[in-house]
Design a protein around this ligand. Structure first.
Ligand code: UDX
Length: 439
C-alpha cells in the first residue's frame, strides 16, 4: 500500500519505517530540511534499538523515502498518518496547533480519497475537529481515523511489529477495511485489531497511559509507606503481582515516572476532564505524588550528609528517564541534579546514551565521564537514577575504592539487600530498609 507519514518525530519515524518493513511504499514528510537531508543519507535522528537496521534496509529497497513537501506526501499516500507533536500547553492541555495546521493544508491539497489517521496522542474530540478543518476546503471524499500508538521507547520497533492490540477508531467501513488491510501482517499471531468509534479510541490511549502511571504511583506510595513501617516493597510487590488480576508488570517502585508520554498524558486527561466538568481526583494525586517521588532520594542524601551537601561530589549513574533510550524528557535525574547543584554539590555523571542530551541542557554545570567507573573518581557517593543493565552487576570493589564515603543512593532498587550487606557499603533504596555500613 502507499502510505505517507507527516512528522518524523519518534512516533512518525518508527511508524514509517515499520510500515515500510512489510512492503508498503512509505514517504515521510517533515518541514525540517536539515533533518530530511540527514535521513535521506541514512542517518537515524533518534536512538531506538533496531531502528537503524530497518531504516537502512528500507531506504536501500526504495520503500522508505523522505521529503519536505506536504504536497508530494499527500499525492503519494492513500493512508496519511499524522504523527505531529502535541506539546503540553501551559495549562496542561495538549496543544493541537500542529495537527490542525496540517489538517488545513491537507484539505486544500488533497485531490482524491484519503484516510487521514491521527497517530498522535490527542484529546477526545480531535478526530472530529480534524474532520471539520479538512472539510472546509476539501474537494473530495476522506475519512479521519483515530489510531493511537502504544509504543514504548526502547522497544518501539518490536511493539510496532508485534503489537498486543491495534486500536482503530472509525465509523467508516471504507476506512476500516483499509486499516485492517494495512495492519494484517502485524497481527498474524492473532492479536486483535479492535474497532471502535473515534472518541473511544482517543480516550483509550489516555486511559491506558494514565492507568499505568497510576499503577506505578500507587506502588511508589506503598514503597514510601514500607519505609515507615519497616516492610520491604520488593516482597510486597511479588506478593501482590502474582495475583493475575494485578499482574507483575509496572509495579516497580522508584524515583517516579518520566518520559514524553506519561507526564504529558496524565496532565492532559486531567485537564480535559476539567474542561468537561469532570474532576479526575485520582489523576491530580498521581501528578502530585510523582512530582514528590522524583526527589525521593533527596531527603535520604541530605540526612546521610547531615544537611550539608556543599562541596560534596556525587557520581550519578543514569540520566535517561529509563534504560534503552537517550530521552531525558521529564527524567528524574534532571530534578535531582538541579536540587543538588542548588545545595552547592558537584556532579560527575555517566549514561550510556543520554549524556549529549543532558550536556545540551546543563552545559558545563555538571561533569560527564566516559565510563561508569570513571564517574566514581574523586566522588563522595553514588546516585543511581536509571536501571541500565550495565549498572546491575557492578564491581563493588571499584565503587568502594573510589567513593570517599562508601554510600550508594539507588533510585531503582537494582541490588539485593543481602548482597549489599556483604559489601560493607551504606545503601539507601526505595521502600526497603536502609543499610548503614559499620566501617
Ligand atoms: C509509555 C507507554 O508504556 C507506551 O505504551 C506509550 O505509548 C508511551 O508511554 P514509555 O514512556 O516509552 O512508554 O516508557 P515506559 O516503559 O512505559 O515507562 C514510563 C515510565 O514509567 C518510566 O519513567 C519508567 O521508569 C517508569 N516505570 C515503569 C516505573 O517507575 N515503574 C515501572 O514498574 C514501570
Amino acid at each position: 500500500m502507499k502510505i505517507s507519514v507527516i512528522g518524523t518525530g519518534y512516533v512518525g519515524l518508527v511508524t514509517g519505517t515499520c510500515l515500510a518493513e512489510t512492503g508498503n511504499e512509505v514517504i515521510c514528510v517533515d518541514i525540517d530540511k536539515e533533518k530530511v537531508k540527514k535521513m535521506r543519507n541514512g542517518e537515524v535522528p533518534i536512538y531506538e534499538p533496531h531502528l537503524d537496521v530497518l531504516f537502512e534496509r528500507n531506504i536501500k529497497a526504495g520503500r522508505l523515502r523522505f521529503t519536505t513537501s506536504l504536497e508530494e506526501g499527500l499525492n503519494h499516500g492513500e493512508i496519511i498518518f499524522l504523527a505531529l507533536p502535541t506539546p503540553e500547553d501551559e495549562d496542561g492541555s495538549a496543544d493541537l496547533s500542529y495537527v490542525l495546521g496540517v489538517a488545513e493544508d491537507i484539505g486544500r491539497l488533497m485531490n482524491d480519497y484519503k484516510v487521514i489517521v491521527d497517530k498522535s496522542t490527542v484529546p477526545v474530540g480531535t478526530a472530529e475537529k480534524v474532520n471539520e478543518v479538512i472539510s472546509k476546503n476539501a474537494k473530495c471524499d476522506f475519512d479521519v481515523v483515530s489510531n493511537p500508538e502504544f509504543l514504548r521507547e526502547g522497544f518501539a520497533v518490536d511493539d510496532f511489529l508485534k503489537p498486543e492490540r491495534i486500536v482503530v477508531g472509525s465509523t467508516s467501513e471504507r476506512a476500516i477495511e483499509l486499516m485492517k488491510k494495512l495492519y494484517k501482517p502485524y497481527v498474524r499471531s492473532g492479536n486483535p485489531i479492535i474497532i471502535m468509534d473515534e472518541k473511544s479510541a482517543e480516550l483509550t490511549k489516555y486511559a491506558a497511559n494514565s492507568f499505568l502511571a497510576t499503577k506505578i504511583t500507587f506502588m511508589n506510595e506503598i514503597a514510601n509507606y514500607c519505609e515507615k513501617v519497616g516492610a520491604d516493597v520488593s516482597k510486597v510487590r511479588i506478593g501482590m503481582g502474582t495475583d493475575s488480576r494485578i499482574g507483575k508488570r509496572f509495579l516497580f517502585p522508584g524515583i517516579g515516572y518520566g518520559g514524553s508520554c506519561f507526564p504529558k498524558d496524565v496532565k492532559a486527561l486531567h485537564k480535559s476532564g476539567k474542561d468537561d466538568n469532570y474532576d479526575f481526583k485520582i489523576l491530580e494525586s498521581v501528578i502530585d505524588v510523582n512530582a514528590t517521588q522524583k526527589l525521593a532520594l533527596l531527603p535520604k542524601i541530605k540526612n546521610h550528609f547531615k544537611d550539608n551537601l556543599k562541596g560534596k561530589t556525587f557520581a550519578m549513574w543514569g540520566l535517561a528517564f529509563k534504560p534503552e533510550t537517550d530521552d531525558i524528557r521529564e527524567a528524574p535525574a534532571l530534578d535531582i541534579i538541579n536540587e543538588l547543584l542548588n545545595e552547592g554539590a558537584k556532579i560527575k555523571a555517566f549514561d550510556p546514551e543520554a549524556m549529549n542530551n543532558v550536556a545540551r541542557k546543563c552545559g558545563d554545570k555538571i561533569e560527564f565521564s566516559k565510563t561508569m567507573y570513571d564517574a566514581l573518581q574523586g566522588t563522595d557517593a553514588l546516585i543511581i537514577c536509571t536501571e541500565w543493565s550495565i549498572f546491575r552487576t557492578p564491581d563493588f570493589d571499584k565503587i568502594k575504592n573510589n567513593l570517599t564515603d562508601n554510600v550508594i543512593f539507588d533510585g531503582r532498587n537494582l541490588y539485593d539487600l543481602e548482597d549489599i550487606k556483604k559489601e560493607n557499603l551504606s545503601y539507601y533504596s526505595i521502600g526497603r530498609e536502609a543499610i548503614i555500613s559499620q566501617i
